[in-house]
Write a protein that binds this ligand. Sequence first.
Ligand SMILES: Nc1ncnc2c1ncn2[C@@H]1O[C@H](COP(=O)(O)OP(=O)(O)OP(=O)(O)O)[C@@H](O)[C@H]1O
Ligand SMILES: [Mg+2]
Length: 244
Amino acid sequence: MQIENLRKHYPGAENTALQGLSLNFKKGIIAGLLGPNGAGKTTTISIICGLVKADSGLAKVLELDCSNDIIEIKKKIGVVPQQFALYPQLTGKENLEYVGRLYNIPSKSLKGKVSEMLAHFGLEKHANKRVSQYSGGMKRRANIIAGLLHNPELLILDEPTAGVDVQSRNMILDFLKQYNVQGNTIIYTSHLLEEAEKICDDVAIIDEGKLIAQASPKQLIASAEGCNSLEDVFLFYTGRTVRE
Ligand SMILES: Nc1ncnc2c1ncn2[C@@H]1O[C@H](COP(=O)(O)OP(=O)(O)OP(=O)(O)O)[C@@H](O)[C@H]1O
Ligand SMILES: [Mg+2]
């Protein structure tokens, strides 16, 4: 992923969401896009997957241009949004089969894939329950499955572990590691810095729509004075003021 001087101001908004953001993530890694509330993480992801149009600047993924090649990009990337993208009145299985059909996955392999993923994410018993009856953690897991049914080579997840318990979190992180080992790239956002420190090869810290620091967690910790963890580094660069 390559982003250069990206700018975005939402009409009528008080702050400019992206103020010349530049960053690069290499292929084949697990990358963390970190930053306080309102830093511009979701906006960046939304531009990459074609949901939001940047005012100016360049965004490319898999050598494709996010403003022109969005149809091609959509086939190759998977996006797991911060807000649940599930129909509450449909069951988990119905939701996932619907998403799979949107990706033109043949019906036979789709059914198998949905069952396999539901089992892997501990939702087997809840497959035929309406999503409105799911707990927050169950919705989060179903939301993740929806983003990866088509085996994208780049998987982008916006806070995939928000609001899930320790068991689910570990399962999700193990899955992401395994998916990465299979040769896929992962870009994800999280407010859990201990978690990002453990699984990310490369981390970009953004604040107020700009890149503040980027390196491996180890390099960041070593280079910021008095810091022993990624959380220390994060506070070192972004300060202690509470955001929006
Ligand atoms: N649709 C919108 N209309 C107006 N302003 C918006 C919109 N979406 C985001 N913003 C503003 O743009 C800025 C960046 O928001 P964004 O959602 O990208 O941040 P974030 O880093 O994902 O934050 P969080 O950690 O809270 O999810 C914020 O100031 C936010 O209020
Ligand atoms: Mg966000």
